[in-house]
Design a protein around this ligand. Structure first.
Ligand SMILES: Nc1ncnc2c1ncn2[C@@H]1O[C@H](COP(=O)(O)OP(=O)(O)O)[C@@H](O)[C@H]1O
Ligand SMILES: [Mg+2]
Length: 270
């Protein structure tokens, strides 16, 4: 799906302060954003810049200290459990550490069944549910029949992250927040995870908010880029504008830090 002009999720003056007094940390400081339907948005910044805090506020897992978040053109209201559940039908996340995202004592089939139930398909016959789970697993090259009785700790990080994508395949949210989904897994699984996320976006027309410290990766995947430093957006715009024509010193530094592979090769030995 191409980017549309429709603003889907936006924020005005969104702020998060942790702690108080001497221990106060302003993790996100009065940020404004407008995410459009169908876009891939990257939020790029170094560790500690406030990316995960913003993701958690967008998801409603952390409260907002001040500012407003608008969803589908209306001020977001997730004050009751029922409203929060309804909101989570539309917005879901994949985190850096797939093992931290849910109860590790639940078996894989329980994890996937929960997604089906959450979609309001609780009353489907069991064999129909197995069909859906099998389809979701095969989308990420996993075999449901081999996984069904396993526990998360019996899977590798890469397999687990693929299972998280299978979960999104079942939930079909309108917005997916992917918070450094490839940074804790081995290099060879990394490209696969990224490809699967992009394939999933084609499949279910999602908006993706992709959080990364890797500006090269952001350029590769996104339409819009927001650069975050110390809790504020120092620069935002299209991926081409921000990365090919950076204005902020911080953005320039991030670009300079991308390893230049050719410089590292010793051509004299070729
Ligand atoms: N639960 C928390 N309590 C107190 N401080 C926190 C908490 N989570 C994050 N922080 C602080 O907020 C700042 C931003 O952290 P975070 O959002 O995790 O950044 P990033 O995801 O960009 O690495 C950091 O200074 C971090 O130490
Ligand atoms: Mg983080």
């Amino acid at each position: 799906m191409a980017k549309s002009d429709e603003v889907f999720l936006s924020g005005r003056g969104v702020t998060k302060v942790y702690g108080f007094g001497d221990k106060k940390t302003v993790a996100v400081n009065k940020v404004d954003f407008d995410f459009h339907k169908g876009e891939i948005i990257s939020i790029v910044g170094e560790s500690g810049s406030g990316k995960t805090t913003l993701a958690k506020m967008l998801l409603g897992l952390h409260s907002v200290t001040s500012g407003e978040i608008y969803y589908n053109g209306k001020l977001r209201d997730i004050r009751s459990t029922r409203k929060k559940r309804a909101y989570w039908k539309g917005i879901q996340a994949i985190f850096q550490d797939p093992f931290s995202s849910f109860n590790v004592f639940n078996r894989i089939d329980t994890l996937l069944l929960d997604c089906i139930n959450m979609r309001g398909q609780k009353d489907l016959p069991y064999d129909k549910k197995v069909e859906l789970m099998t389809e979701a697993c095969s989308f990420v090259n996993l075999k449901f029949a081999e996984l069904t009785k396993k526990y998360p700790f019996e899977l590798s990080g890469g397999q687990m992250q693929r299972l998280m994508i299978a979960r999104i395949f079942l939930l079909k949210p309108q917005i997916l927040i992917a918070d450094e989904p490839t940074s804790m897994i081995d290099a060879c699984s990394r490209a696969t995870i990224l490809d699967m996320l992009l394939k999933l976006r084609e499949e279910i027309n999602m908006t993706i908010i992709f959080i990364t410290h890797d500006i090269g990766l952001a350029y590769y995947v996104s339409d819009s880029v927001y650069i975050m430093e110390h809790g504020v957006f120092v620069e935002k715009g299209t991926a081409d504008d921000v990365i090919l024509h950076p204005k902020a010193d911080y953005t320039k530094r991030l670009i300079n830090d991308v390893p230049k592979i050719y410089e590292e090769w010793d051509l004299s030995t070729v």
